[in-house]
Each structure stands twice: as C-alpha cells, then as structure tokens.
Design a binder for this molecule. Structure first.
Ligand code: 3AM
Length: 184
C-alpha cells in the first residue's frame, strides 16, 4: 500500500484555496491538485505492508498524545525546485515550532521515510509541460508572494493511502491521530 502521513485542511481553508486556484488563468501545462486532494504532507512513507502500517499506527498514536493543537497560517506561494524552474507549485505556511516539532517526531519514528528534511508546503499543482499559457499562469500565481489564505487550527494528522490508478491519485484517510496533550 502506497501511503503517507498528512495534515488535513479545514473546510474553510480548503474553500479559500480552491477559490484562489480558480482565480488563476487556465493552462494545460499545469496539473492542478483537485480540491479534495489538497493536504500538507508530513512524511511520504511509500509502500508499506499491513505489519508496518500497524507499527506506524501505534507510533503515531503515541506521538499524537504528546502534541497540543496549534494554529497554522497558510500564506505565500513558492515552487520546487526553484521559482524560475518550477516543477511543484505550492502554498507556504508559518514555520511554526509546533509544526516543525511534529514533523521531526514523525520523521524520527518512521524508518521508511525518504530521509529528506521536512519542508512545509501545500502542493496546489505540478508543471507538466511548457504550454503557451504557462508564463501567464505563473506570473499570476507568483504575483503576490505573501498572499494570505487564512488560518486553521491543526488538531490531528492522518495516515493516508494513495492509489495511483487513473492519473489523478485517489487519497483515502485510513486513520486520524487526534492531538490530546493539553486536553486534561
Ligand atoms: O505534499 P506533496 O503533494 O508535495 O509529492 C507527493 C505528495 O507530496 C509525495 O507524497 C505526497 C503524497 O503523494 N511523494 C510521492 N512520491 C514520493 C516519493 N517517491 C513523494 N515524496 C517523496 N518521494
């Protein structure tokens, strides 16, 4: 099973981001992430079997018990690897100590991760080819580099399954790990 750990968006933020994406010019050169697939990846796990899933689930439950919910502002636009050679287009967020600490804990505890340091981002699309309209699209996307999408309260993270069958992946939430520290 192909899987990853991610923070889900509040419906309010998802709606704001969807409106922002809809406001961008059309181009076939960019494959946009459908609204229901928008998320913040904490760690890509790749292929894991049932045994590994069970181990990860136990570990993530343990981590969630040590975390308090925290606010997160989604703001700014950027691209990987670089703005002038964009492949992955994303929205940024505060490098919140609580977020960074959570990602660090997750990364340290899952031995199957890709080993890359956590770089907080929310992918909204991927550049596929140099369509004639691409430049106009990118100009508009980067027009307001600190654009504010809004704030949400992060209260949990999830184990997600990714099925790649028909071009656009289908994500299914397998388990949600709610933060319970500070609840008592
Ligand atoms: O948060 P984003 O959308 O950037 O790019 C994939 C997506 O991240 C990433 O995992 C998330 C859920 O699919 N991903 C996919 N394959 C990957 C790989 N081989 C990968 N990340 C690292 N290595």
């Amino acid at each position: 099973m192909r899987s990853f750990l991610a923070i889900q968006l509040s419906e309010e933020i998802r709606a704001r981001i969807t409106d922002f994406i809809k406001s961008l010019p059309r181009t076939r050169g960019v494959k946009l992430v459908p609204a229901e697939n928008l998320h913040i990846t904490l760690e890509f796990l790749g292929e894991i079997d049932g045994k590994k899933q069970h181990e990860i689930s136990l570990e993530m439950r343990r981590i969630a018990e040590t975390v308090e919910s925290f606010p997160l502002r989604i703001k700014g636009t950027g691209a990987f690897p670089k703005k002038h050679t964009p492949r992955v287009l994303w929205l940024g967020m505060d490098r919140q100590p609580a977020l960074m600490a959570l990602a660090e804990q997750v990364k340290t505890s899952v031995a199957v991760g890709d080993g890359k340091p956590f770089s907080p981002h929310l992918t909204i699309g991927r550049v596929k080819f140099e369509d004639i309209d691409l430049e106009v699209f990118l100009k508009q996307f980067f027009a307001e580099p600190s654009i504010m999408m809004g704030e949400m309260e992060v209260t949990s993270f999830s184990l997600m399954k990714s099925d790649l069958s028909y071009g656009t992946p289908i994500y299914t939430e397998l388990e949600r790990f709610s933060f319970t520290a500070g609840n008592k």
